[in-house]
Design a protein around this ligand. Structure first.
Ligand SMILES: *[C@@H]1O[C@H](CO)[C@@H](O)[C@H](O)[C@H]1NC(C)=O
Ligand SMILES: *[C@@H]1O[C@H](CO)[C@@H](O)[C@H](O)[C@H]1NC(C)=O
Ligand SMILES: *[C@@H]1O[C@H](CO)[C@@H](O)[C@H](O)[C@H]1NC(C)=O
Ligand SMILES: *[C@@H]1O[C@H](CO)[C@@H](O)[C@H](O)[C@H]1NC(C)=O
Length: 398
């Protein structure tokens, strides 16, 4: 959506344009008021502050600047090069990108105008819930995209970084303020550093900075970590910003699970093998297939998780009963054990994964698929970030 920054705010208006402009503004105001009223009447489950934040008025404790609010816009999609965003990455990658934009908003002390929708990766979204291989559940996974508010609690997020969605209501507020400001309304920038945006008055005085972020992936803007601003959001920030519905579901499940441990077993998407020119299978993670099989998991986790414990397994493995061999030593639980809680609220795999993440976060002992940080427990010792070194998969004991 393009907004028009150059609507003049000059004082020498003739007798005709002024009433015309007033009439127009009045009409727009009435239309906006009506849509706000409609919106309010349809959202009795949403609190009033949620509504205010959604409409572009963050809760009072955030907005200390009142009429002085300024905005940052990175684009209408997170990491979706091209029109159809068919090639978007999984939730984790898109969150890295969104976090990068949120950090810039924090750094610039601006409100982030966020994309209203999150692209659902088809690769990640064809995997259904573990152990529910029904076609009906398959059909439930929407393709394309989902509303940002179906994943995140924007009100909660706004307590740390004020955000609004790039919907017509937000743009209406920005346009009407930019009308008053005239030239200082909107500035389009590309490839300008964060520090420059903050320090150069040509940018810092603009109501809206329209930054064209890296078209490949927003997180490229945060890649150069040595030059990063001191403001950083932890990796756990976005996972904990899940909507109340998702958080409530996770809490219910955690209560039922009681004292539990968790393992995250990524198989499908990471088990990409290919054949070299001699027809030999090669993998970027040569031990991953082996290490994520139940017999090897059992051996590996024995030193961390005592027999008899309840283990919550989050996995994209869809072979029914794949992990059953673990059940002679542990009580196993999956999302599919909680379908009465999840089915009414889960519309896509990203929402499911967000609930699973909260459960994994609450586990006493948590074992990841591959190590990311020094203190992580992991099933597999292969380096996670390997994009070049294709090796023959290993299935025997080392
Ligand atoms: C932001 O800038 C891009 C190009 O630089 C332009 O295509 C787009 O319409 C602008 N968006 C807004 C909201 O001004
Ligand atoms: C699978 O589908 C059948 C019939 O369509 C239904 O009765 C059954 O409850 C479904 N199972 C699950 C796990 O959704
Ligand atoms: C701001 O913009 C004006 C006009 O384009 C230019 O002359 C001036 O050098 C700029 N100021 C800075 C600090 O870049
Ligand atoms: C979860 O469901 C599986 C079957 O899919 C069952 O074997 C297991 O006992 C269930 N776990 C719990 C904690 O109910």
């Amino acid at each position: 959506m393009a907004i028009h920054p150059r609507i003049t705010g000059g004082r020498r208006q003739g007798p005709l344009p002024l009433p015309l402009k007033r009439a127009l503004l009045a009409a727009i105001t009435v239309a906006a008021a009506i849509s706000i009223l409609c919106f309010l009447s349809f959202t009795d489950t949403v609190s009033f502050t949620d509504t205010l934040s959604f409409l572009g008025f963050p809760p009072r404790d955030v907005d200390k600047r009142e009429g002085n609010r300024r905005y940052l816009y990175w684009g209408s999609r997170v990491d979706c090069p091209g029109k159809h965003c068919g090639s978007c990455a999984g939730l984790g990658h898109q969150e890295s990108s969104l976090r990068c934009a949120l950090e810039e908003a924090l750094f610039l002390d601006r409100i982030l105008v966020m994309p209203s929708k999150m692209c659902l990766s088809s690769v990640h979204n064809t995997k259904g819930t573990l152990h529910t291989s029904n076609a009906t559940s398959e059909q439930r996974w929407e393709t394309g995209s989902c509303a940002m508010e179906s994943l995140y609690d924007l009100d909660l997020m706004s307590r740390t970084v004020p955000v609004i969605l790039d919907n017509p209501r937000s743009w209406y507020e920005i346009i009407s303020r930019s009308t008053k400001l005239g030239e200082a309304g909107v500035v389009d920038v590309q490839g300008v550093s964060r520090v420059e945006l903050k320090e150069n008055p040509n940018y810092s005085s603009a109501l809206l900075i329209n930054r064209t972020a890296s078209p490949l992936a927003w997180f490229m803007e945060c890649k150069d970590r040595t030059k990063r601003s001191s403001v950083m959001l932890p990796y756990t920030f976005l996972p904990t910003m899940a909507t109340k519905k998702l958080r409530d579901a996770a809490n219910k499940m955690k209560e039922i699970l009681g004292d539990y441990d968790a393992i995250h077993v990524r198989r499908g998407d990471l088990l990409k093998n290919r054949k070299d020119r001699f027809g030999v299978e090669r993998s970027l993670h040569p031990h991953l297939d082996r290490d994520t099989r139940p017999e090897f998991i059992k051996k590996r986790i024995a030193r961390w998780i005592k027999p008899g414990r309840t283990i919550f397994i989050a996995s994209n493995e869809r072979t029914p009963s794949f992990f059953s061999p673990l059940s002679d030593r542990y009580k196993l639980a999956y999302s599919s054990n909680f379908s009465s809680i999840l089915d009414p609220i889960i519309q896509n795999n990203y929402q499911l994964f967000m609930v699973e993440r909260l459960i994994m976060q609450g586990a006493k002992t948590f074992v990841k698929t591959m190590k990311e940080f020094d203190n992580d427990l992991a099933l597999c010792d292969d380096p996670k970030k390997n994009t070049k070194d294709w090796q023959e998969p290993v299935y025997t004991d080392d």
